[in-house]
Design a protein around this ligand. Structure first.
Ligand code: NDP
Length: 435
């Protein structure tokens, strides 16, 4: 706390893990004696650098770039890049810390990292995005590599940005390697990677519902966000027979009482991915729907809530509203979208609650599968990758039960995910000595 007191998001993420992992450490002297948790909270390396680029008017702009290389005990650093004006060291350290546990849970050999910039992609032309990505990579390339650190996308970094970043890396290194994931299909990408985080979040929720003899069929689902994760969480919910009522962006949410069907979802995908428009434009196309400005969708009555936008977007009041409206299941597609107080409310009510590090791990798991395919120089079919994704989500669910099932049968998925993720990394650190 003394060293990181000025980094609230990072402290929040560490505290949540510490609360569940410390009692486990106290029962296992070796982790305590070797100071494992204290070592885990300090990044192995934190790189910060200047990114200078020229906008369409010829004005020179300066942004700050980062890469947090948090832990490489079980594999090369792996984690996304975020381009958003709020990006700072605290947010990237929280994301990198979460990533260590999440990657461990996937059972694939990946360490944890995260990076990005305070660059705001909103309103920028394609050429400006390209120049920024090229400038960003002209420094980052020194610190990454297919066996060292393999970045991916996150908020503000999708297929377009990964393409520009990859192009500059390839030019500077003069080699074609799987140094980034989320690549296009014709140049080393994996089928199902774009869908994986959203699909995985829904697969995980379905597994949780199955423990109660229930499933998605006929359920009312509320989704926040309208980016990569949200879009495919909606798609999979529809495929499993649910009715999706909301989507959102940072300007507010749309509520469609008759449901966002696959045709309406295609409109949102075109709006967000191609036209780069705002969610309120949905209401111009579908006037039966309503746009609620400046608010998150948690006051809409639902059975299942899927927060898929950003951190701390669901607070204690939102949690209580969801509970009083009869919500039975919350599966986090975003990273740390629920505040600590919201999670406490869900646990008190003993509803099904999955933390992002378990439920959104399908994205990085499929990135791991993309790395494997790159190494093999081979592509698996859509069905093969989807089956592996389902199997991984199933295994994560089993690990959560192993470490999170309480005496009364309630599954504390937060505790389960934290301890399962911790044990694998801690054992590798013990084996490798003090390095
Ligand atoms: P996108 O950039 O594709 O979409 C982000 C969505 O969240 C947009 O609708 C955006 O709205 C909204 N949003 C962003 N910031 C805020 C904010 N401060 N307040 C309200 N809404 C906001 O990102 P992704 O879908 O890739 O990522 C969403 C979440 O999922 C993040 O927490 C990310 O870390 C997490 N995640 C993503 C993975 C992936 O594979 N992409 C993997 C695992 C986790 P607007 O357009 O207005 O900014």
């Amino acid at each position: 706390k003394e060293r990181n007191g000025h980094e609230p998001e990072f402290l929040q993420a560490v505290e949540e893990v510490a609360e569940t992992v410390i009692p486990y450490i106290l029962e296992h002297d070796i982790y305590r004696d070797k100071n494992i948790l204290t070592r885990m909270v300090e990044p192995e390396r934190l790189i910060s650098f200047r990114v200078s680029w020229v906008d369409d008017q010829g004005v020179i702009k300066v942004n700050r770039g980062y890469r947090v290389q948090m832990n490489s005990a079980i594999g090369p650093y792996k984690g996304g890049l975020r381009f958003h004006p709020t990006v700072n060291a605290s947010i990237l350290k929280f994301l990198a810390f979460e990533q260590v546990f999440k990657n461990s849970l996937t059972t694939l050999p990946m360490g944890g990292g995260k990076g990005g910039s305070d660059f705001d992609p909103k309103g920028k032309s394609d050429n400006e995005i390209m120049r920024f990505c090229h400038a960003f990579m002209s420094e980052l390339f020194r610190h990454i590599g297919p066996n060292t650190d393999v970045p991916a996308g996150d908020i503000g970094v999708g297929g377009r940005e990964i393409g520009f970043l990859f192009g500059m890396y390839k030019k500077l290194r003069n080699e074609f390697t799987g140094v980034l994931t989320g690549k296009g299909m014709s140049w080393g990408g994996s089928l199902i990677r774009p869908e994986a985080t959203g699909y995985g979040t829904v697969y995980f929720a379905e597994k949780m519902l199955n423990t109660k003899g229930d499933d998605f069929k006929g359920k009312q689902v509320v989704v926040s966000g309208s980016g990569n994760v949200a879009q495919f969480a909606v798609e999979k919910s529809l495929q499993l027979g649910a009715k999706v009522l909301t989507m959102s962006d940072s300007s507010g949410y749309i509520y469609d009482a008759v449901g966002i069907d696959s045709e309406k979802l295609a409109f949102v995908m075109e709006l967000k991915n191609v036209k780069r428009g705002r969610i309120h434009e949905y209401v111009e196309k579908y006037p039966n729907a309503e746009f609620v400005k400046g608010r998150t969708p948690w006051d809409v009555s639902c059975d299942i809530a899927l927060p898929c936008a950003t951190q701390n977007e669901l607070n204690e009041d939102d949690a209580n509203t969801l509970l009083s409206n009869g919500c039975i299941c919350v599966s986090e597609g975003a990273n740390m979208p629920s505040t600590k107080e919201a999670i406490t409310a869900f646990h008190k009510a003993k509803i099904l609650f999955a933390p992002g590090k378990a439920s959104n791990a399908g994205g990085v798991a499929t990135s791991g599968l993309e790395m494997t395919q790159n190494s093999l120089r081979f592509n698996w079919t859509r069905e093969e990758v989807d089956n592996k994704l389902k199997e991984i989500m199933c295994n994560i669910h089993d690990s959560c039960i192993k470490y999170g099932k309480e005496e009364d049968g309630y599954i504390d998925y937060v505790k389960g995910a934290n301890i399962a993720g911790f044990v694998k990394v801690a054992d590798a650190m013990l084996a490798q000595g003090v390095v």
